[in-house]
Design a protein around this ligand. Sequence first.
Ligand SMILES: Cc1cc2nc3c(=O)[nH]c(=O)nc-3n(C[C@H](O)[C@H](O)[C@H](O)COP(=O)(O)O)c2cc1C
Length: 370
Amino acid sequence: MLTSPNWEKTSNKLKVSEDVFIYFKDNTPFLVDTRKHEEYEIDDPAVITEIAGFLNGAEISPETLQNFKEVNILTPETQKPLFRNFQNDILDLFHEACKDVLDQTDVCSPTEFSDAFVATCEKIDGEEPPARSKSVALSGVQPIFLPEFNRDSLNETSLFSALDRRKTIREFYPHTLSQQDLSNFLFSAFGYFHDYKKEECKEYTPFRRRSSPAGGCLQSTEAFLTVFNVEGVAPGIYWYEPEQHALLKVRDAISYEELSSLLISQYFGANCSVGVFIASNLERFGWKYQTTRAYRALCLEAGHFSQTAQLCATALGLNTWITAAFKDVRVEELLSITEERTIPLMFLGIGKGRYHPMNSIMESRLKRST
Ligand SMILES: Cc1cc2nc3c(=O)[nH]c(=O)nc-3n(C[C@H](O)[C@H](O)[C@H](O)COP(=O)(O)O)c2cc1C
């Protein structure tokens, strides 16, 4: 039964709800109702014909009408869509589809909550999470072992100074990064930073910890490098393998022009010593997080890694430029992750450059126009 008091008055004025969408999988249509957070398999494709019929003004049987109201396909014409904030309908729907998807059970006691937590841990304990970047790891390439992380390298700068000095710059100067600096940067931002505290780390076994928090401690965030100007490392694309604190080569070098083309003509990465594509391994993340909300969490995780990486680079006396705008498919091809269900989320250029938010070309164009 319908509960809205206005329903009967408007029942002759119905519209197809703006809060539902239909998608297809294996030739089967599914209806997602973002208002009720329900998803239905449409077992009879005739439903789609009936919706089309409704849109064309055809008569609809009382039974179908009732069904359509129940699953929110049809709503009163006066019903406002749930959420329209993004100025992008698909994003609005996606946002709704991510909301309140976690277990909504009523408040339980700390003991009940802990028991449920332990049950989840035990379930997970029995399974092995998908491997990290396996195609690169299994490619048989010889790892390039990086020098050991020098802890003192970060001790010289206070947190205040790193925060104070971090700035997005958009013009790098040619600068050869030492392998030690690269090692210090990668280990502090993406390495298994806490491993030396052996006793403490046992708590997290089989997982490992890094300097940024990670959803479920799964470490689904990966660093792929575009090496341009690093002492003793041939320019190329590499995956940073934290287990061995090593670089594994994925493919040969790209030019700064190619980088700019990947970054939709943003040329600010020119002359950076090294670039980092921060990527998320969905296979690993999705092993634990299977709701739509996972998308939020993995972006947040990448954001944490990005900020830590920028602070580490800054503390090491380097400058950074960040962008989330790039050609996804081409970057996935570049990193050889198309088969892996790993997605690039950000690019970070690192090196030494002009400590100013503007590239000088932009600045001179701006001056000319004002
Ligand atoms: C998620 C995200 C995406 C960004 N994308 C770009 C970008 O595409 N191009 C760019 O030049 N800067 C980009 N930036 C950098 C911002 O423009 C910059 O952080 C902002 O202007 C503030 O400057 P600050 O980082 O020096 O504090 C991005 C920053 C973030 C956090």
